[in-house]
Design a protein around this ligand. Structure first.
Ligand SMILES: [Zn+2]
Length: 114
């Protein structure tokens, strides 16, 4: 029997582990539309919230002109313009997954569950 094919969601979670990527980068790596990446990402976040060995990281969007950081933004998509200076030069938010060693409370970037 062949091993089961990885779903895009599993692949997204693998790709994000230990690094930070924007949705357009994931879309490119997986060869699927960015909109689908966002959809998978939302579900991946839900499963990671329940998983105590992993933590979902969100690096917020930032205005390239005035350095305004979109900290309160909960949506996964990129804001279109800065509320501060109205610039449209907004960086894409980036996502990542960090492994958490629950026993010691330390963050282990190698992610071995031992
Ligand atoms: Zn700005």
């Amino acid at each position: 029997m062949l091993p089961p094919e990885r779903t895009p969601r599993q692949r997204i979670m693998e790709l994000l582990t230990g690094t930070r990527l924007a949705t357009h980068q994931l879309a490119q790596m997986l060869g699927i539309p960015e909109r689908q990446v966002e959809d998978h990402l939302m579900h991946a976040v839900k499963s990671i919230v329940r998983d105590k060995t992993r933590r979902f990281i969100l690096e917020p969007s930032r205005c390239q002109d005035c350095d305004f950081v979109f900290r309160d933004r909960r949506r996964l998509t990129r804001p279109s313009r800065c509320p501060h200076c109205r610039s449209e030069g907004i960086t894409a938010p980036r996502y990542g997954i960090d492994s958490v060693s629950s026993r010691s409370g330390r963050v282990d970037s190698k992610g071995s569950s031992q």
